[in-house]
Design a protein around this ligand. Structure first.
Ligand SMILES: Nc1ncnc2c1ncn2[C@@H]1O[C@H](COP(=O)(O)OP(=O)(O)OP(=O)(O)O)[C@@H](O)[C@H]1O
Ligand SMILES: [Mg+2]
Length: 232
């Protein structure tokens, strides 16, 4: 008997069609892209849509930007996170990574407090800066990934890919993550073209091409049925 996989729709226009209707519920996704490729906007849109369209509370753990900065980025796109926080539908916490146990506890507590179904940790690449010993970093991030899967929310950790550098987040993509989503900022002739691709998504038929995206005044938009280079 075939069992339908329950899915968490991102609600990002055009995106869910690329992964069979959404991200399998409860899975852990690494969202990788170069600087300025739209990772933070993707995360905010995922959380905002979660509450507004699907009544799913969400938690944003910022490892870098202040709460104020995050909320302001949301406002640019018309997402009123302040109101959603008042309504106990969203929590935004900035956490210094040096206290790793605090990070883990804060995530567990916050998720339980508002019964969050979506969790974002951004930018996960900060892990690279905080741990001197690679083995330490690897153990901690893989442990964090497992914890996120255990609590059952659909989670997104962002990572930065830059040329000439190791791109994996200490093996998280290969071993623990259920999915890897890429945001590209590709140079074509004399301009950059934004695009997205899904590299991996367990239990899901995925679109196997790059798809162009736009960052509009309403957030990210995926032109899911156009080939990247038709537009150029
Ligand atoms: N209102 C807007 N309309 C169109 N594009 C915008 C708007 N606001 C921001 N952008 C684009 O979004 C990009 C930043 O997106 P975002 O902050 O999500 O990227 P990021 O991948 O998180 O970057 P970082 O690596 O700095 O964390 C900017 O470089 C800008 O080009
Ligand atoms: Mg960012």
């Amino acid at each position: 008997m075939k069992v339908e996989v329950e899915r968490t729709q991102t609600g990002i226009p055009g995106f869910d069609a690329l992964c069979n209707g959404g991200i399998p519920k409860g899975s852990l996704i690494v969202l990788s892209g170069d600087p300025g490729s739209g990772k933070t906007i993707f995360c905010l849109q995922f959380l905002h849509n979660g509450v507004v369209d699907f009544n799913e509370p969400g938690v944003y753990i910022s490892l870098e930007e202040t709460k104020e900065e995050i909320l302001n980025t949301g406002s640019v796109f018309g997402w009123d996170f302040r109101k959603l926080i008042q309504d106990h539908k969203i929590e935004v916490n900035t956490i210094e990574l040096y206290d790793f146990d605090k990070l883990r506890d804060a995530i567990e507590d916050t998720v339980a407090r508002i019964d969050a179904k979506r969790v974002v940790i951004d930018p996960g690449v900060i892990f690279r800066l905080y741990f001197e010993r690679e083995l330490d970093a690897r153990k901690r991030i893989l442990g964090l990934g497992k914890m996120l899967k255990r609590i059952g929310a659909t989670s997104v950790i962002t990572n930065e890919i830059s040329l000439n550098k190791e791109s994996s987040l200490y093996g998280l993509e290969e071993y623990v993550a259920d999915g890897v989503i890429l945001l590209y900022h590709t140079k074509v002739d004399d301009r950059f073209v934004r695009s997205t691709a899904i590299l991996k998504m367990r239990n899901t038929k995925i679109a196997e091409r790059l798809h162009p995206i736009e960052i509009t005044p309403n957030g990210i938009l995926v032109a899911s049925n156009k080939d990247l280079f038709e537009q150029v």
